[in-house]
Design a protein around this ligand. Sequence first.
Ligand code: GDP
Ligand code: MG
Ligand code: K
Length: 274
Amino acid sequence: MSSIALAGNPNCGKTTLFNAFTNAKQHVGNWPGVTVEKKEGVVSFQGNKYVLVDLPGTYSLGAYSEDEIVARDYIIKENPSVVINVVDASNIERNLYLTIQMIEMGANVVIALNMIDEAKQKNIEIDIKALSEALGVPVIPTVASKAEGLSELIKTAVSVYDKPNTINVLNYGNELNQLISNVQSLLSPYNPKLEYPIEWIAVKLIENDAYISKAIQDQVDPQILQQIQELIDAYTEEVGFEPEISLVDRRYTHITDLLQNCMQKPELTMDTTS
Ligand code: GDP
Ligand code: MG
Ligand code: K
């Protein structure tokens, strides 16, 4: 069934939003096979009802915790119609690390730029329109704890409800782009059989994601898996370190670059040149 999912870092205001939208009427259970709590509720808007799912709070979408695996598997396998990504505006650089990964996975993201009040207190100025353009997704400012911006948020989520999900791999620079594309080509004959999009599998294999290696090992010819590993090993040999380091580095560079035009904040580092 299609749904609206809430995703974000821990402590960004997800539960506050979830409670406000569902009037605290919710079903709490566990995600299948894991002890991670699953919360579902119903949000009503203009006479229609939408299932709202609170995903576990995570900083990334790797395979380092059950929370991360639950969140990313839900986004990729259950295909929620919309993912409302709650972003702490007072901590935006760190929060966007998750955002760009969800956009990359093809999630239909709407950003709730929450804690705008705290950002203001810290004299952080965010150009909402520029941020929205840079990320290519709607951005709605909210103060969840004061129920501010919530109707605009749900209205926007509902307005993009039918937009199809499309994978949108980040530009990782020539060498990594080439490696991703080569891995993807090797996987392409298996595309119909695989549960995840091959572009995304390629990125995850290069990131040394053991969970994804395991998930595909019964579907893909061992010789092909061997060839993929050889490509990754050759890249590692050439640059002298694991490609996952380059991937993470490119993601942060991407965030820093895009924030250049969208955010102003007081300089915290000491000026030692004068
Ligand atoms: P979660 O971990 O993402 O579910 O975050 P919570 O909803 O539990 O919120 C964490 C804390 O932030 C709680 O104390 C909330 O009351 C508070 N909070 C949520 N939204 C806002 C906001 O927009 N502004 C401020 N100042 N506090 C907020
Ligand atoms: Mg919570
Ligand atoms: K949480």
